[in-house]
Design a protein around this ligand. Structure first.
Ligand code: 5RP
Length: 226
């Protein structure tokens, strides 16, 4: 899915973050159009002799990595030295992810990595997180989770597929509820509340996981270390 700012800004962010990857590293490969630029850049480096292994965060990033000839491994075999991933919203160092419905595997891989480099464009930056928070939910729990979200002051909407009748089904066979809470003043408290709802597999709040933010613009890249 194509979201956010200009392709040029995304490309700059992705390629700059890919330049942080060194020989011998295991790299978490993020999902989405911005992270895809990093994966393509790594593919070119692998062609030129860079020796790395990738751990994909989704079906999409696995397919792209295979097309690009990046050798793959799994979390059973290796721990990522670094992960490069996109975001739907960035405020300070906290993120909302899951626009591609991949946030469960993204969070597993990104959290396992020694360093998470987030790649974004200026349309993703905010003072305070206020975008809808995606929840991956077990299909049977759709109504009960929606009710719990309502009790916590939110409004849950089942994510509809674009090229299929019915809902989006994640790589793990679950559904996605996009939950509108308005301004999220305490992301860690909101994250704890969402994690505690039975049937929620994972939520899209990434609190305290990112280490560096790369924001591509049409002129260059702003790098922020956290
Ligand atoms: C997928 C994600 C993506 O990283 C996020 O949606 C950003 O995507 P893009 O770079 O295409 O805007 O969280 O679940």
């Amino acid at each position: 899915m194509k979201r956010g700012g200009s392709e040029e800004a995304k490309r700059r962010a992705g390629e700059r973050a890919a330049a942080a990857v060194e020989d011998g590293m295991v790299v978490g490969l993020g999902t989405g159009s911005t992270a895809a630029h990093a994966v393509r850049a790594l593919g070119r480096e692998v062609d030129a002799g860079l020796d790395i292994e990738g751990i994909p965060t989704s079906f999409q990033s696995r397919e792209l990595a295979r097309e690009e000839g990046i050798p793959l491994t799994t979390l059973d075999e290796a721990t990522p030295d670094l992960a490069i991933d996109g975001a739907d919203q960035v405020a300070g160092g906290d993120l909302i992810k899951g626009g591609g419905a991949a946030h469960t595997r993204e969070k597993i891989v990104d959290s396992a990595a020694d360093r998470l480099l987030v790649v974004a464009d200026p349309t993703k930056e905010a003072e305070v997180l206020d975008a809808p928070v995606p929840l991956e939910v077990v299909p049977d729990a759709r109504q009960t989770v929606s009710g719990a979200v309502r009790e916590h002051g939110g409004e849950a909407t089942l994510r509809a597929a674009e090229c299929k009748d019915g809902p989006v089904v994640t790589d793990n066979g679950n559904l996605v509820l996009d939950c509108e809470f308005g301004t999220i003043d305490s992301p860690d408290e909101r994250a704890a509340t969402l994690s505690a709802i039975p049937g929620v597999v994972e939520h899209g709040l990434f609190v305290g996981i990112a280490d560096e933010i790369y924001v591509g613009t049409d002129e260059g890249v702003r790098v922020r270390e956290l």
